[in-house]
Design a protein around this ligand. Structure first.
Ligand SMILES: C[S@@+](CC[C@H](N)C(=O)[O-])C[C@H]1O[C@@H](n2cnc3c(N)ncnc32)[C@H](O)[C@@H]1O
Length: 363
């Protein structure tokens, strides 16, 4: 998408899909973290004007609405950043219209994201305390002002996580730009100026995605990419979630599965209306492939508690518990596993069930 110059612009289907993932995740995030912490922080680093051309809410209004509806009583610090003066004013006016509980502290800055994030990080590092959980949504139009050094610093705090729009199409187009100034933004974003192998790779989009995913995996335990394509079915960007938390990882996977029930973690403006046609067929094949991963991982092991299999599935694959259960049921029907009649806590197993204490023998 070319960078729009008017303050408001038309919303596209992939933006709606991006908002749907964000909303699904934030519903869980505010509920879970708000219940267990006195304070949580939400940063929207590229806030936008608050609404799209036809009145659809933008990410700051979406996040505020979910937080209000969550009804949690812990303090929520919202930091919205928008560099463009006119959009900043729109955003301020939109937020001024809303009513919040007194536990909300809202700051809106007409500044650059990198400046604001580095002052937040300087403050946290200077005071060397463990900050409250922070979720940062980083949604630029292009590749400027998202240096990897800042993402790395933020993720070094155990309870901070990021959801980044990695604009792979524009990065790819500008990667060999003759101006050093332009390329330097890309190098900062990638955290490396060594792009030789990407430039000469067969598929630069995939190579860029892999490079960024590897960078994030170096600083976060869990990383999930979700691909977004435009009307021409061309990849525009990847949304990358990076976190050090198991539950956050599971909740984000659930959000992504809800948007793409096929499990490809991909959305296309070109085909989103047709996307459900082959869903079940593809999903069945994916469950088969999960089954063979599980059989390979635990092959030869006996008395494996279902909870151990679940941890593997949830932490190391794109699948969820419900997929594991389907895969194990098929394996049992086909005699590829033997399920013990008694669970690890001495109870009789209910037919076809895979509770966390169910014990499985792998051939
Ligand atoms: C993709 S839009 C954000 C849309 C918004 N997150 C949403 O989902 O509704 C990117 C926004 O970032 C603003 N922007 C561009 N450079 C920025 C920077 N360095 N720091 C903060 N905001 C910036 C742009 O003016 C634009 O409004």
């Amino acid at each position: 998408m070319p960078t729009p110059s008017p303050p408001l612009w038309e919303i596209e289907p992939h933006t709606k899909a991006k908002h749907a993932i964000l909303s699904e995740y934030l519903k869980a995030w505010f509920q879970i973290l708000g219940r267990n912490n006195l304070k949580v922080g939400f940063i929207d680093g590229f806030g936008g004007p608050g609404r799209y051309l036809h009145g659809e809410p933008g990410s700051p209004l979406i996040a505020l609405d979910i937080a209000i509806k969550s009804g949690i009583s812990s303090k929520i610090l919202f930091q919205f950043v928008e560099e463009n003066k006119e959009r900043f004013q729109y955003l301020k006016n939109e937020i001024a219209e809303l009513k919040f509980p007194p536990s909300f502290e809202i700051s809106i800055k007409n500044e650059s994201f990198a400046n604001i994030l580095s002052s937040i990080l300087d403050y946290l590092e200077r005071n060397s305390f463990t900050p409250s959980p922070i979720f940062a949504f980083i949604d630029p139009f292009g590749f400027k002002d998202v240096p990897f050094s800042l993402i790395q610093r933020l993720l070094s705090f155990e309870r901070c996580e990021v959801f980044i729009n990695f604009m792979v199409d524009s990065i790819n187009r500008w990667l060999e730009h003759p101006e050093d100034g332009i390329r330097s933004h890309i190098y900062a974003l990638l955290g490396s100026d060594d792009t030789h192998s990407i430039i000469h790779s067969e598929n630069r989009v995939i190579s860029l995605r892999n490079m960024y995913e590897d960078r994030l995996r170096g600083v976060a335990k869990f990383v999930l990419p979700f691909e977004m394509k435009n009307k021409q079915d061309r990849t525009q960007f990847f949304l990358f979630f990076a976190s050090n938390h198991r539950l956050g990882h599971i909740k984000m996977k659930e959000a992504m599965w809800r948007i793409d029930e096929n499990g490809d973690f991909s959305f296309s403006d070109a085909s989103h209306r047709k996307q459900s046609i082959f869903r079940d067929f593809d999903l069945e094949q994916k469950i088969r492939s999960l089954q063979s991963d599980i059989l390979q991982k635990f092959g030869g092991c006996t008395c494996v508690p279902s909870r151990t299999i679940q941890q593997y599935v949830e932490d190391e694959t794109i699948f969820l518990r419900k997929h594991m259960i389907k895969a194990l049921k098929i394996a049992e029907e086909e005699n590829k596993i033997f399920v013990r009649p008694t669970t690890s806590d001495g109870k009789t197993r209910r037919k076809n069930s895979f509770s966390e204490n169910t014990l499985v023998d792998f051939c």
